[in-house]
Design a protein around this ligand. Structure first.
Ligand SMILES: Cc1cc2nc3c(=O)[nH]c(=O)nc-3n(C[C@H](O)[C@H](O)[C@H](O)COP(=O)(O)OP(=O)(O)OC[C@H]3O[C@@H](n4cnc5c(N)ncnc54)[C@H](O)[C@@H]3O)c2cc1C
Length: 289
């Protein structure tokens, strides 16, 4: 099938892009890497009147660590983040997660902003955004605003961004304390979207967990945090018993649905096993330093 007809506009700046979005009304859409949008167009599951191609916008592909914050321009490609040495050194969970996105060809083209804006609950970026207390900066004709990750993901493929807003930057915070992290997932085949993914972050102060984030993909209509499991680990030494209890709590607090790839019960079990392994790996990362 071929896409329905649309008007094609190229933008060279953020201002041009948000102007074109505002002029196009709620039937205008941004085209970034096209790795999610183009298949939807070809299947006519998306039928925008106007496509605003932002690939020529300059200055939106930077990747920088500043004062403990990783700032990534919306147009940075997954592969550029995967290969960035500062990211691997300071934010290893990001490198780990991004290397699991599709195949190299998809990572060469797909953008970080596109993945976050697309808000697939099985995707890696939204889950990492939650695990690292991230936020995004968005622009519209009315100006700029910052949206915390907690307020961004509303439902399946739906964010709280308005149709006339363009995502410009994502920011991820280095966790406090002596920190270890891990991102694990289970996919049917290498390169497939994961059935379940887990991002685990542990921060220790004086031998005790003082910071814990457990974010999961594939177990709801948005990425979710396992808050009860996180709370159960704070104040412990994250020994095998505490990690086992947190993993069991995860399976009780999530509400996955079943689909052709796996039942709800199966996802619950996978989430629990991956959580235990990810927490073990996060702890081992600290001990290995
Ligand atoms: C075979 C295959 C396997 C894949 N596997 C995975 C996987 O395992 N994990 C994974 O996470 N992803 C996977 N993807 C999707 C890939 O990561 C995409 O790159 C990503 O989802 C979208 O990024 P994009 O730049 O291609 O966005 P596009 O496809 O261009 O756009 C996607 C959506 O986001 C909107 N958008 C794009 N940029 C912005 C912006 N700056 N501001 C506001 N809205 C914007 C568009 O309007 C559109 O609605 C896969 C894709 C394919 C084709």
């Amino acid at each position: 099938m071929k896409p329905a007809p649309f008007e094609y506009v190229t933008a060279g700046t953020v201002e041009e892009a948000v102007s074109a979005l505002a002029d196009g009304g709620d039937m205008a859409k941004i085209l970034a890497g096209g790795q999610s949008l183009v298949p939807l167009l070809a299947l006519r599951l998306a039928r925008p009147d106007v496509l605003v191609d932002v690939n020529s916008v300059t200055g939106l592909d930077s990747i920088a660590v500043e004062d403990g914050t990783l700032r990534i321009g919306a147009l940075a490609r997954h592969r550029a983040v995967e290969r960035d040495a500062a990211v691997a050194d300071r934010f290893p969970i990001v490198s780990e997660a991004v290397s699991k996105i599709g195949h190299v060809a998809i990572r060469n083209r797909g953008t970080v902003g596109g993945s976050v804006a697309h808000a697939d609950p099985a995707a890696e970026w939204p889950t990492v955004l939650l695990a690292l207390d991230g936020e995004v900066e968005v622009a519209s004709r009315a100006g700029r605003r910052v949206v915390p990750a907690e307020e961004l993901f509303v439902s399946y493929l739906t964010t709280s961004l308005s149709w006339d807003e363009m995502l410009c930057e994502i920011r991820l915070k280095q966790p406090p304390g002596t920190c270890g992290s891990s991102f694990l997932e289970l996919a049917r085949r290498d390169g497939d979207f994961a059935m379940v993914g887990v991002a685990a972050v542990l921060g220790f102060t004086s031998g005790e967990v003082t910071h814990c984030r457990i974010a999961l993909s594939g177990v709801g209509s948005t990425p979710v945090r396992a808050r009860a499991a996180e709370a159960s680990l704070v104040g412990t030494a994250a020994d095998a018993e505490a990690i086992g209890a947190a993993a069991a709590t995860v399976s009780e607090e999530i509400e996955p649905s079943g689909d052709i790839h796996g039942s709800a019960d199966y996802r619950r079990k996978v989430a629990s096993v991956l959580t235990r392994r990810a927490l073990d790996a996060a702890r081992a990362a600290i001990e290995g330093r």
